[in-house]
Write a protein that binds this ligand. Structure first.
Ligand SMILES: *Cc1c(COP(=O)(O)O)cnc(C)c1O
Length: 421
């Protein structure tokens, strides 16, 4: 099946006489006819649902669909993108470990890695993702356990050289974890370029309608966890009568451990209803991404030609710093998100945004509707003018998430706001 077909037909396969649409299995638990069978579930020697903190048939269908879209062997849904980042990392790291992350990543991930993980005893070194392999190699330590980056960074809109990062990670026998939220598997499938684990905030394009926060972790099944660096995969797990993940689950060691050990203990599993809503978003994902890219390209070109704009960040735009990398990794387009700097002061940006009538001023991106945000007075409000510059957030920077409205209406709204400043 091609990816458009997978969006509709992977995950749930109704049999003769069964509901065509994915049913919502609203149940905390599952019925078995013998104690022996339940015992086997607890020993992980037989497949089956036990309790909806660990798995559920509705969520399971969506997990199978997302794994198929990314080309992975399995997936685990979480209650948020933050929970996906947390579990994807804790599954391979403990206090005393270290990892390397690209510095241009989502602010929530940056806080998790730099502040909260530090309190857990896990240290992160941030690197310039455009630095040479030799430069990045210098940051590795004997206790380094992973490398992390975002395909298309939120909000910097930088494109990760996934093959370069995979090479560096694999030379050091550690996995590459890629956050593929903005790209979605429609525009880029990081596993095809060597990523080992892919995560998403499904809250963004996968849901697409601003209705349900969620996340997912996808396992490529390609990483060798028995290389000596990851004893928690090759030594008996006391919490399951001595199960050894690499021996009992082979290629699915990572994603199985994440579910049966961490999800069991941390409990951040989505409800069946949340997964049902996510599935609705996934069904139309390919069509939406195509239109988001089309509309955003037109908007980026329009902004680029405006004499009231100082600069535009949109990798699909010719002349963008990341244009060449985007041609390689995101040939179909670079999503609906654009950032641009308006000429003038912070007040000019505020006046422009407040003059928009179609675009909604919200703290969200990647929605069917066109959204706009002024980072300097919202997400980065606490920073001083000079700190804003250091963070790459100029006072006139505007983040625009181009929706699915008619392109003429979107451009007209932007034009009248420009006329107003
Ligand atoms: C929003 C976002 C997250 C966090 O996801 P939530 O669903 O809001 O918890 C992580 N990574 C990226 C790239 C995001 O855009």
């Amino acid at each position: 099946m091609k990816i458009e077909t997978k969006c509709l037909h992977e995950g749930y396969h109704p049999k003769n006489g069964e509901p065509l649409a994915l049913p919502i299995y609203q149940s905390t638990t599952y019925n078995y006819d013998s104690t022996e069978h339940v015992g086997k579930l607890f020993d992980l020697t037989t497949d089956g649902h036990m309790y909806s903190r660990i798995s559920n048939p509705t969520v399971g269908a969506v997990e199978d669909k997302i794994a198929a879209l990314e080309g992975g062997i399995g997936a685990l849904c979480t209650t948020s993108g933050q929970a996906a980042s947390l579990i994807s990392m804790l599954n391979i790291m403990k206090a005393g470990d270290h990892f390397i992350a690209a510095s241009k990543i989502y602010g929530g991930s940056f806080n998790l890695f730099s502040v909260t993980f530090k309190r857990f005893g896990i240290e992160c070194t941030f690197v310039d993702q455009d630095a040479s392999e030799e430069e990045i190699q210098k940051e590795f330590r004997p206790n380094t356990k992973a490398v992390f980056g975002e395909t298309l960074a939120n909000p910097a809109l930088s494109v990760l050289d996934i093959e370069k990062f995979a090479r560096i990670a694999h030379n050091n026998q550690v996995p590459l974890i890629v956050d593929n939220t903005f790209a979605t598997p429609i525009l880029c499938r990081p596993i095809e370029f060597g990523a080992d684990i892919v995560i998403h905030s499904t809250t963004k394009y996968m849901d697409g309608h601003a209705i349900q926060v969620g996340g997912v972790i996808v396992d490529s099944g390609n990483f060798n966890w028995a290389n000596g660096k990851f004893p928690e995969f090759t030594e008996p797990d006391d919490s399951y009568h001595g199960v050894i993940y690499t021996e009992n689950f082979g290629k699915a060691a990572y994603i199985t451990k994440a579910r049966v050990q961490l999800m069991r203990d941390l409990g951040v599993y989505p409800s069946a209803n949340a997964a049902f809503l996510l599935n609705l978003g996934l069904e139309s994902l390919s069509v939406r991404m195509e239109r988001h890219c089309q509309n955003a390209k037109r908007v980026a070109e329009f902004l680029n030609q405006s004499d009231k704009v100082e600069g535009v960040n949109y990798p699909a735009l010719e002349g963008d710093y990341y244009h060449q990398l985007s041609q390689k990794y995101l040939p179909l387009g670079t999503s609906g998100v654009i950032s641009f700097t308006i000429k003038g002061t912070k007040e000019t940006a505020v006046q422009f945004i407040d003059s928009l009538t179609l675009a909604s001023n919200v703290v969200h991106v990647a929605d069917v509707r066109t959204l706009v945000l002024h980072p300097a007075s919202s997400t980065h409000r606490q920073l001083t003018e000079s700190q804003l510059v250091d963070a790459g957030i100029s006072p006139g920077l505007i983040r625009l998430s181009v929706g699915l409205e008619n392109i003429e209406d979107i451009l007209e709204d932007l034009q009248q706001a420009f006329d107003n400043i």
